[in-house]
Design a protein around this ligand. Structure first.
Ligand SMILES: Cc1cc2nc3c(=O)[nH]c(=O)nc-3n(C[C@H](O)[C@H](O)[C@H](O)COP(=O)(O)OP(=O)(O)OC[C@H]3O[C@@H](n4cnc5c(N)ncnc54)[C@H](O)[C@@H]3O)c2cc1C
Length: 378
């Protein structure tokens, strides 16, 4: 769905690229603090959510699958301004503590304790009824002066007379980027772009803060996840929510974890979180890589699900719903320093789970960086 602002709203105070947790969290946090300007969220996906989106199906109105993040992980209970954003969602029941069972699986196929991973160390929450409910609620909390334009991938940016010029003659006084592809050279190979859009918009040496931010971003490495999605028939209620492979098992199978998502009618969604094997991703290579991932992961599942005979047997009846490539911006390396989150003279800001902080690489980081940036912008 694309919501195109009418001609009277072609100029906005703030454009935010990306309607994941960071983009929607930023808009909601700004409103909480009295920001009265117009906000336009531009999002490549079909709706809000980003990596915390939920997959729906046209042929099956009941189906909802958390096909990216299965929960919101925090290093500690939300505090301060982050709690002010999060607690109303808790009070409305849109987020609830995630009590789903998490188990580990060894390379030898035994059920063991889950590995010691930052995503599992602190409190975890789930969106109700699905993960996407949270970014949807944040977008709603951002009020009527916030508009979303979905299904729009921004691939070029221009800065002119103090305005950020976006596609379709839209302009914004300030710009916030929540993913880092628009600033990172990997977009050239991966998406076939001719230049790094943010770099060409503001020439070198015009804004030292902006130059420093782009330099740090260009040094970040990124990883992808190949998530295979399956529909399984009705299964009993006594299954884990997440099956995390131990580091040895991850190396053996190229899989991080398996997530089970019970549907309203007791069918089961199963998502395999496949790890990056470093194959170069280009528009030409991607279709072949998706096919390879599906066949590799389905084969691995026959071995990995053996400790759960009910699941292993239902694999023969599984319907494949495709493979999703996730998270080119999933950070592995050094995060962006907080001091570079807002570049005043170019009126551009950054937020997302790739900004420095204890929640780096997880939901907490996306939301905390949004709240921090909102403080700068107010
Ligand atoms: C497979 C997987 C499992 C995960 N598991 C967990 C977990 O267990 N716990 C946890 O806390 N976190 C987990 N995460 C991480 C969590 O999903 C992220 O930290 C969080 O969703 C990041 O939110 P964000 O808004 O920073 O980024 P994103 O969700 O990536 O949002 C950025 C948005 O920007 C859009 N965008 C980017 N470039 C453009 C462009 N040029 N034009 C238009 N739109 C653009 C993208 O489409 C995207 O919607 C997981 C992530 C993945 C991929």
């Amino acid at each position: 769905m694309t919501v195109v602002p009418d001609s009277s709203h072609l100029d906005v105070d703030l454009a935010v690229i990306g309607a994941g947790l960071a983009g929607t969290g930023l808009a909601a946090s700004l409103r909480q603090r009295g920001f009265d300007g117009t906000i336009l969220l531009l999002e490549a996906g079909r709706g809000p959510g980003g990596r915390a989106a939920s997959r729906r199906r046209r042929d099956d109105s009941l189906w909802r699958l958390d096909h990216g993040a299965p929960c919101f992980s925090f290093s500690q209970p939300p505090q301060g301004l982050l709690a002010e954003l999060w607690n109303p969602l808790m009070e409305k029941g849109i987020v609830q503590p995630d009590r789903g069972l998490v188990v580990g699986l060894s390379a030898a196929g035994s059920i063991v304790d889950p590995p010691d991973h930052p995503l599992l160390q602190g409190p975890r929450f789930r969106g109700v009824p699905t993960m996407a409910s949270v970014p949807e609620a944040l977008l709603k909390a951002a009020g009527s002066k916030t508009q979303g334009a979905f299904g729009e991938r921004i691939s070029s940016l221009r800065r002119e007379d103090g305005w950020w010029c976006l596609s379709g003659q839209r302009r914004a006084r300030s710009l916030v980027v929540t993913g880092n592809l628009l600033a990172h050279p990997r977009s050239l190979a991966m998406l076939g772009w001719r230049d790094v859009p943010l770099r060409s918009a503001v020439p070198l040496h015009v804004d030292p803060c902006f130059d420093a931010a782009l330099e740090q971003i260009s040094e970040m490495r990124a990883s992808v996840r190949w998530n295979l999605m399956l529909e399984l028939p009705r299964c009993s209620d006594h299954l884990p929510r997440q099956i995390w492979l131990t580091p040895e098992a991850q190396a053996k199978f190229g899989i991080e974890r398996i997530v089970l998502h019970r549907q309203q009618d007791h069918r089961l969604g199963l998502v395999v979180h496949g790890l990056d094997d470093g194959s170069p991703i280009t528009p030409a290579s991607q279709p072949g890589l998706l096919v390879e991932q599906e066949s590799r992961q389905r084969k691995a599942l026959t071995e990995l699900l053996l400790p759960w005979p009910e699941l292993a047997q239902s694999l023969a009846l599984a319907r494949c719903l495709g493979v999703m490539r996730w998270g080119a911006s999933q950070p592995l390396d050094a995060p962006l320093a907080n001091s570079l989150q807002w570049c005043e003279s170019s009126a551009v800001g950054f937020c997302g789970d790739w900004i420095a902080g204890p929640g780096f690489g997880m939901a907490e980081g996306a939301l905390q960086s949004a709240v921090d940036l909102a403080t700068e912008l107010i």
